[in-house]
Design a protein around this ligand. Sequence first.
Ligand code: NAD
Length: 340
Amino acid sequence: MNIIITGGCGFIGNALSLFLKKNLRNSKILSVDNLSKSYSKFNQKLLIKNKIKNKKIDLGKFNSLINLKFKADIIIDCSAEPAVEISRKKINKVIKSNFLSTLNVLEKAKKDKSKIIFISSSRVYPIKSSYEKFKIFKKLKKHQTFNENSNLTGQKTIYGLTKFASENLIEEYNYSKNLDYIINRCGLISGPGQYGKVEQGLISLWMWSHMNKLNLSYIGYKGTGEQIRDVLFVDDFCKLVLIQINNFNRFKNNLFCIGGGSKNAIKLKKLTDMCEIITGNRLKISKKMKTSIYDIPYYVTSLNKINKFSNWMPETNLEKGLKEIYKWMKINQNKIRNFF
Ligand SMILES: NC(=O)c1ccc[n+]([C@@H]2O[C@H](COP(=O)([O-])OP(=O)(O)OC[C@H]3O[C@@H](n4cnc5c(N)ncnc54)[C@H](O)[C@@H]3O)[C@@H](O)[C@H]2O)c1
């Protein structure tokens, strides 16, 4: 099977490329990535070691993929600028990298009759829904999950808008050009191989900062650290994509909410406690009171739909996942230091 993975030198695309190469017999994988991140070249080397090539293409340019001489059975679209705050400042760049790139993927898929797996984001939901669900959660002390039918109307950030627009464009191509797709609308994903920054990759940033005794701040929500996310570890996500590839017809032309679910939801303050226990280091975390208008206090995924289609469930719980991240950071610290 021939597979193109866009964003193969990014966190998720790289993990998927290596996982599928190992677990999908006779697969030929080609990564397409413009190497725009500090860790791109490092990840590219990991691909090369595993006999996977990367084609350096800027997917944010019209028709940049259509002439690529590699016909794929499946294109897995993992390339994007994933940082919400960056999308506030660099609107042009983010629309090109996140939306125009999807058009390029679709045109290539149309030409080669490829199937598509698209990695979307939970940020398609309006910001106000997060506040509403958080309020109910605090009152009832029971998680209020987002599902495929949750409200989508309202401001969602430019990043969220590009992902929502890409989802819609894929559905249009399915309707008018018979392209088959699976959309995985993902919440927070973490794991070894992620280089967290304040704007993206919270779990990894928290662990790295604890390990190296660096400064951290609780940002927004009066600096309380009360915000909540569910966490899915990348290995579990890769396992899901493998199931979807092997059973494409069962999943096809559906959108699924994918995440760690209620069992893997964690308050930022509690994440601090867990990082302290694992690293043995205690930080004095400062408070930044101001909440960004782009931030959300709460997101937890409903896994009901994906569980109707398969018995896939996240296998890695928070404790195990965090320990795996720590172990990877400890072993590789000198090689990866510059990427944080
Ligand atoms: N990490 C998460 O928590 C999370 C959650 C939900 C959805 N997603 C989505 O998953 C995908 C992968 O995210 P990630 O965390 O691996 O991010 P990442 O930044 O590590 O990887 C994205 C990759 O895309 C490449 N890229 C960006 N613009 C490009 C362009 N114009 N042309 C070619 N390549 C380009 C980058 O070089 C990078 O290697 C994104 O679509 C993101 O929106 C991520």
